[in-house]
Design a protein around this ligand. Structure first.
Ligand code: THU
Length: 165
């Protein structure tokens, strides 16, 4: 049987309210994440793919950061929007985040690449929402654990400390 993915509308206040309730966000937080991810697309440096991606993230203490993809003539060197946003937040001293939004110019919404999912995993609980907006401001939301099942994270490693050998 074909599976269908429900796409929600950010113009539908009851869908936004339900989403916020399910994922522990206020509508103001949802709206800020939405705006940041959409606005950040205009800061993308993507001359090679022409594929703009914007990201907005919120730390557990309520700080917001934005990011966009930054490409490079040596293609694999380019960085995704999500990792740019997390790099900004982490280097400003925020190590724990409670929501991620990503916006693109396509429809249906694009989801974070595998490398970004793992990068997000370092700084977020598995239950956090990842909200994916498309070109029409419609969205899909999934928890990190749904996008990255059976994931590897920092708790699998011994606590950081001085090397003994
Ligand atoms: N891209 C992102 O910024 N985030 C993702 O999760 C997927 C892909 C960027 C990388 C590249 O600049 C462009 O989209 C096309 O792959």
């Amino acid at each position: 049987m074909a599976s269908s993915i429900q796409i929600l509308s950010s113009a539908n206040s009851s869908q936004v309210e339900c989403t916020c309730k399910d994922y522990g966000l206020t509508t103001a937080e949802f709206n800020e994440l939405h705006k940041r991810s959409v606005d950040a697309k205009s800061t993308a440096y993507c001359p090679y793919s022409q594929f703009r991606v914007g990201a907005g993230i919120m730390s557990v203490d309520g700080a917001y950061y934005s990011g966009a993809n930054v490409e490079n003539a040596a293609y694999p060197v380019g960085t995704c929007a999500e990792r740019v946003a997390f790099g900004k937040g982490v280097t400003e001293g925020h190590l724990k985040f409670k929501a991620v939004a990503v916006a693109t110019d396509i429809s249906p919404p694009a989801s974070p690449c595998g490398m970004c999912r793992q990068f997000i995993r370092e700084f977020c609980d598995l239950s956090i929402p990842i909200i994916m907006f498309d070109k029409n401001d419609d969205f899909i939301v999934r928890r990190l654990e749904e996008l990255l099942p059976l994931s590897f994270g920092p708790e699998a490693l011994p606590p950081p400390g001085p090397r003994t050998s």
